[in-house]
Structures are given as structure tokens and as C-alpha cells.
Design a protein around this ligand. Sequence first.
Ligand SMILES: O=c1ccn([C@@H]2O[C@H](COP(=O)(O)O)[C@@H](O)[C@H]2O)c(=O)[nH]1
Length: 239
Amino acid sequence: MNAEQQIIVALDVPDLASAIALVEQLPQVHFWKVGLELFTSSGPAILEVLKSRQKRIFLDLKFHDIPNTVAGACRAAASYGVDLLTIHATAGRDALKAATEAVQIGAAQAGVKPPKLIAISLLTSISSRQLAFDLKIPLELPEYALEMALMAQEMGLDGAVCSPQEVAQLRQTCKDDFLLVCPGVRPTWAEKGDQKRSLTPAQAIQAGANYLVIGRPITAAAEPELAWRRISQELTTVA
Ligand SMILES: O=c1ccn([C@@H]2O[C@H](COP(=O)(O)O)[C@@H](O)[C@H]2O)c(=O)[nH]1
């Protein structure tokens, strides 16, 4: 896989027409992420649009519910033939287990390849302070993120979403084939916005990320294609 193929661009737009316009504006993007905003407004139609253009798809719906409900949602999501699908690790062991079984069933019933199921370890918009004072979690943030990733690995998930700041530790501790997907990536020239634990694209790849998820630094740039090229160029500097 070349470096550009490790970039997943977040298609965080309000409607289908804006999504198609962005996909057409950035034909070089090979992997798109469909998240809560677009899927809630437009449903699965965007998935067909992306598939008809031979794009890879990360369906980032971040399921978080009781095991039975999560399993139903995972069966339905897996039937779309997407490449990656997310669930919150904090849904718990039983929900994670139910989800791993459900994606296999949903994909088999639809006759498609099952998605890689990826657990959110801790949202990249949460700081150490928020973890301790708002969420009342008594662990240090890196330890908490690692524990969530290890629980997901133990329950048979294919990978974890983590911030670039924890990815080196997870890479060292998790199995080699456990996928590490990093949002919260920010080139030096981009605004951080609500992301609290970022590193640059080159730093995140160097630290062991398999994929980078990048939205606004590209999609909200005055010239999205130029922003994409700058990031691709930055990744060519990584040995
Ligand atoms: O912990 C998480 C999990 C998912 N995301 C998603 O990634 C993108 C990041 O977009 P930016 O515009 O580059 O901030 C967005 O779709 C989030 O829903 C995340 O940021 N952190």
C-alpha cells in the first residue's frame, strides 16, 4: 500500500449532493469515511455512489448500545459491503463479541466480504482533563486507551481507533495485524478545532498508524486538492 492509500478522508458534509461534489472534486482520494452526519441525513445512497466509483469505504457509525441492538445494527451495516465499521469499546465485552459475530452473519447473508470491525478506544476530542474530571475515569489517558484497545482485541475485533498520541504504545502492545486507525491528525498548517490529542500526518504514520482519518484540513480548505497534495507530499518523507 502506498502512503496515499493510508489516508481516509472524512466525508463530513450535510447532504448527498455535497458529498458527491466533494468526491468528484477529489478523484485521487481512494478511501472515504461516511460518518454520522452524512449517513443520518442521506442514508446508504452515498455507499452506492462510492462503490460505483471503486472507492473503499469506512462506515463510521460508532455503535454504542446493548448487545442485541448492536448486533442488529452490525448485521445491517455489514450487508452494505463496506471495508471498515466502528463500535465504541465502551459498549462492553458482550456487545463487542455480539458485534463480531453479527458482521460475519450480515456479510454472509448479503454475499459480501465482512468489514473489519474497529473499536473506538477513546474519542480524540477528549483530553486527559476531561477523562478524569468529566468522565470520572481514574486511569491515565494512555493506559485507558490501551485497555480499551486490548479488550477489543481480546473480543476478536480487527482493530482500534486511537489518537496519534497513543498509537506508538498500542502498536507495541497489540498484535501486528491489529489495525490502528488515527483521526485527530493535523498538519502543522491546519487548525486543531475540537481535536485534543493530535500529531502531524508524518508523525502518526511514523508512530505506527495503519490509516489516518483526515477531514477538515482537506475538506474545509480553501483548495481541498492542494491540501490533499500537501499531505500526500508530507507522507512521502516518512521512511
Ligand atoms: O475518536 C475519533 C473517532 C472518529 N473521529 C472522526 O474522524 C473525523 C475527523 O475529522 P477532522 O475534520 O479531521 O477532525 C470525523 O469524521 C470524526 O467523526 C474522530 O475525529 N475521533
